[in-house]
Design a binder for this molecule. Structure first.
Ligand SMILES: [Ca+2]
Ligand SMILES: [Ca+2]
Ligand SMILES: [Ca+2]
Length: 263
């Protein structure tokens, strides 16, 4: 009886090892079996609401962070600078009054839920009321309002720092939250760009306008098998076109998935 039990146990052990070997081969060695793409990253409201970022320097929106937040230079279109000030780091007084001769307050007061909204603005932009990239905690929404200087509109951008060279699927969806009809309202456009090195970017996807009676109020996009290099800043640009008014835009999602098998 004891020998029989030993035999059964040995058989069971062999079966488990064989199964494990088989599964391992199935997942790793069989060239006809593709590992399913895995989600590498999805932009979350918390990525914007957190002033510390996720990189080792402990400061948000610096070059070591996965997600970085930018505005277009009005006098150098196509060039972007980092949004430099996180609203969560302002004092209660600054949130109420703004920063003297710089940022006007109350901060975020032209957004849907001012006291539940934090985000990145530019420390020298007078208009902290709505220009920036925001997380609305009440609705768990990611909001973008175009940068404006006097009446000139500028795009905002969110970059994703590519963790490893490979091919990626890039997807997203945006909604115009302020649909206004007739001139000068001209909706919002989006584009995705990848760096070519030497500071230049290539547009790899673009669409719109959406909203404002010039297009559907929302759109989604998907770009497949985009080759990216480690450290690239993949850029999603929200472009207000020629008129920035009524261009508060919600990013419904923005996901980047590894497309190839990351061996
Ligand atoms: Ca950082
Ligand atoms: Ca609009
Ligand atoms: Ca517009």
């Amino acid at each position: 009886m004891k020998r029989y039990l030993q035999f059964v146990l040995l058989l069971a052990a062999h079966s488990i090892v064989a199964l494990a070997v088989h599964l391992h081969a199935y997942a790793h060695d069989d060239p006809t079996v593709k590992a399913p793409p895995r989600v590498v990253a999805e932009l979350r409201p918390a990525d914007i609401a957190n002033p510390k970022g996720d990189g080792p320097d402990g400061k948000g929106n610096t070059e070591d962070d996965t997600w970085q937040f930018w505005f277009e230079l009005i006098h150098a279109k196509g060039k972007f600078a980092r949004l430099s000030l996180h609203t969560a780091e302002l004092s209660a007084q600054q949130r109420k009054d703004g920063i003297k001769k710089k940022v006007r307050g109350p901060i975020a007061n032209m957004l849907p839920h001012p006291t539940d909204t934090e985000g990145w603005i530019y420390h020298r932009d007078w208009d902290g009321r709505f220009d920036g990239i925001w997380a609305d905690r009440k609705t768990a929404a990611i909001l973008v309002h175009p940068y404006t200087e006097k009446t000139d509109p500028g795009s905002l951008a969110i970059t994703y720092k590519v963790p490893a060279s490979g091919r990626y699927h890039i997807a997203g969806a945006i909604t115009d939250l302020q649909v206004a009809k007739g001139k000068p309202h001209d909706g919002v456009r989006w584009r995705v760009e990848k760096p070519l090195g030497t500071g230049r970017y290539e547009v790899i996807g673009t669409g719109g306008p959406i909203g404002d009676d010039v297009g559907p109020n929302a759109t989604q996009f998907g770009l497949r098998n985009v080759a990216l290099q480690q450290g690239d800043l993949l850029r999603l640009v929200i472009d207000p076109g020629r008129w920035w008014g009524t261009d508060l835009t919600r990013i419904d999602y923005h996901k980047i998935e590894r497309a190839d098998d990351p061996k």
